[in-house]
Design a protein around this ligand. Structure first.
Ligand code: GLV
Length: 337
């Protein structure tokens, strides 16, 4: 029996490739640092049944149309804004993703940014390393603000937003949230969160943390108007997707003191250009999109992405399907290779 043919756009941690290799013949793009150029991706997909991709690969209708046998796109990420879901569904292509397994890693990192921005950890590091620490201890050196006991505003209370809220208990914080969907009163009470309008969260919170997926609706959700609503003492953290925040507006807000500081892991363009004006500011803690980058999370993501891919190719329900409507277009019984 012929084995399914799969293209993998980058080496992923163990046990991802081992799981794929048990059931499929896979071809792996050899460069570990750069994704395959689009022309290569399109060429490689001509005869493939499955694709395992990363968030650095834009998978649109053109790519899908070049792949007449393609049945499944499995992304090694929880976000799937790089994949045209509607186009995939129409073509009967299953799209799978990796929710859950990176929730804790991402929530931990959100807290790392929050604490680092509040207590100026990165500024302090630069201060010591650059040799500027040449005077004795003084009461005003690198003053930050408390996190403990403050109000945390969460925008987007999905899996990661909730995990961030859970951690706030240890810091005795009041947690308010905005989401399109409101939790039931008992769920709110259990998690210790209060529902507010977006404006109210922005106006009231000392820390605002963003956890929405990127979509047409959330593009520049945080722009000039929203940043101006925040307290001058507030800190903004973004570990979701860069384009949710208007970076030009954020620059003005940080430079002109509309808000105190920010912690930014995700960017409008990645890698962010070296001359991004945000990088000239001291009151921003920056990272290169690494919120899920723990060994544990990355290995679990690889396993889940591989299991998703193989399940669909076996005609079985995958652990995490992003486009359940596809079941009506091409039932699993018609997928099996
Ligand atoms: C990372 O940003 C992911 O979507 O998994």
């Amino acid at each position: 029996m012929a084995r399914p043919k799969v293209y993998v756009t980058r080496k992923i941690p163990s046990p991802g490739l081992e799981i794929i290799g048990e059931y499929c013949d896979y071809e792996l793009w050899p460069d570990v640092e750069y994704p395959p150029p689009r022309s290569v991706l399109i060429e490689k997909l001509r005869d493939k049944d499955g694709l395992l991709c990363l968030l650095t690969d834009r998978i649109d209708a053109e790519v899908m149309d070049a792949a007449p046998n393609l049945k499944v796109i499995s992304t090694y990420s929880v976000g799937y804004d790089h994949i045209d879901i509607e186009a995939a569904t129409k073509r009967g292509i299953y799209v799978c993703y990796t929710p859950g397994v990176l929730t804790n890693a991402t929530a931990d990192f959100t807290w790392a940014l929050m604490l680092a921005a509040a207590r100026r950890v990165c500024e302090a590091d630069r201060y010591v390393r650059s040799g500027r620490w040449d005077k004795p201890w003084n009461p005003f050196m690198l003053l930050g603000v408390d996190v403990y006991g403050k109000t945390l505003g969460i925008i987007g209370l999905g899996r990661i937003g909730r995990a961030v809220a859970e951690r706030a208990r240890g810091f005795n914080m009041k947690v308010i949230y905005y989401d399109l969907y409101r939790l039931s009163p008992s769920e709110e009470a259990k998690l210790g969160v209060e529902y507010r309008s977006l404006e109210d969260v922005l106006r009231s919170a000392d820390f605002v943390s963003i956890h929405v997926p990127l979509s047409k609706e959330t593009y520049h959700l945080i722009g000039e108007r929203e940043l101006r609503l925040m307290k001058p003492s507030a800190i903004l953290v973004n570990t979701s997707r860069g384009p949710v925040v208007d970076e030009k507006a954020l620059y003005k807000a940080l430079k002109e003191g509309w808000i105190r500081a920010a912690g930014i892991d995700v960017w409008e363009q990645e890698p962010t250009p070296k001359d991004n004006p945000l990088l000239t500011l001291d009151n921003i803690v920056v990272a290169p999109h690494i919120a899920s980058a723990s060994e544990e999370a990355r290995s679990s993501m690889a396993e889940m992405a591989a299991r998703n891919l193989v399940a669909v190719l076996k005609g079985e329900m995958p652990p995490a399907l992003a486009n359940p409507d596809v079941l009506k277009i091409r039932p699993l019984s018609k997928v099996k290779v």
